[in-house]
Design a protein around this ligand. Sequence first.
Ligand SMILES: Nc1nc2c(ncn2[C@@H]2O[C@H](COP(=O)(O)OP(=O)(O)OP(=O)(O)O)[C@@H](O)[C@H]2O)c(=O)[nH]1
Ligand SMILES: [Mg+2]
Length: 438
Amino acid sequence: MAAAPGAGPAPGVEPGPGSALLRFATIGSVDDGKSTLIGRLLHDTKQLFEDQLEALSSASRRHGSDGVDLSFVTDGLRAEREQGITIDVAYRYASTPRRKFVIADCPGHVQYTRNMATGASTADLAVVVVDATAGLREQTRRHVCIAALLGVRHLVVAANKMDLVGWEQGACEAVDGEIRALAAVLGVETVVTVPVSALFGDNVAEASANAPWYDGPTVLGALEAAPAGAWALGGGGGARLPVQWVVRHPGGGRSYAGMVSGGSLRPGDAVVVLPGGQRSRLTSVETFDGPVDEASPSLSVTVRLDDELDVSRGDLIAPVDRAPDVVRELEATVCWFADAPLRAGDRFRLKHTTRMTPAQVASVDGRLDLGAMAFAPAEELGTNDIGTARLVVGTPLATDPYRANRVTGSFVVIDERTNATVAAGMVGRPALGSAPPG
Ligand SMILES: Nc1nc2c(ncn2[C@@H]2O[C@H](COP(=O)(O)OP(=O)(O)OP(=O)(O)O)[C@@H](O)[C@H]2O)c(=O)[nH]1
Ligand SMILES: [Mg+2]
């Protein structure tokens, strides 16, 4: 769920290297207009082909809409169109002359909060869509909290359906005020609020004359100007290579394949293999295209070591001088998705990077009160609660705090019987109550 290797968008949506790529997710409560906004954005920036537009208008007619229902651009599943809601995350790729985007259109319905967390886990920015006629709902607050806990530091807020409130400035300001109060305690760095009508296209890609009191950017303008999205796999700590595969070479010798995060790897680096603690040196670093002098975060690589060590899938290779902690007990923040409550003593499987290990809940400590935006003492977590807990794991894990590395700092909790993902977890506890965003 959190940014484990392979958990990113579906293949085929990645732009070429070197682009100022921004990954963003749409979040917010059900029916507030997330899919319509993305459909509108793709339509107005000419990302849709003629045949897609024709298919859209005939599908829209079948579902009783006179014009084109733009939510159908991302709502592709039959159940989604029939119910008029998003169920699964839809990934779309878009580009403008200024920037390339990977978009995760997330569902708003509370039942699909888990899918929203998947979509947000690889995002650098969230577009929070709020129905300005109704203001922030509890689900909007939940989504903003989850996105922030998952490392999203920048918000573009679409105060949507402004056509339904006569473009009244106060409605937009109310949304902006509520989001800023929330963002301030979550460590969000930037908030840009835009009054829009996703349905009619005001201030989405094109500036609108309907809000003369507004002189800020359109949603697209705010996305093009947003800070670069290197945080997803960078983090600025030491390099981390969770071993995904061990490759045995015919002539003897082995190499280790995985995706780099946190920092760069270079041939000659002194490394340690965790949790075992064996030390060696990288003799080569290769990508699909051959040997490289340096492998930066998000590259998939194979490396060779100077020594014959017993390295297996699930081990982690890191620089000796900037190694992560090896722990048997995790202080964690979890978003709990199962129907049955989470309590001390519960047993699960925990997936951390490329390793699966048994885990047991030592204690549930707190639950986030979405109204007060503070953790209150708690002994159990209910469905869609966000809380803090201590977990004991069967195999020692090489972890970083989530804020230092989104890969080694995250895990998912899996039900042993049903194999369902029941929680997204982050190593460490959030410091609620930081400086207000700019
Ligand atoms: N009047 C008006 N209606 C809108 C606007 N944006 C969206 N809608 C309508 O609101 C309804 C819900 O839109 P969706 O885009 O499906 O909402 P969503 O947020 O994607 O919903 P979920 O994905 O199910 O959470 C649709 O009937 C839209 O036509 C708007 O700016 N003005
Ligand atoms: Mg939707």
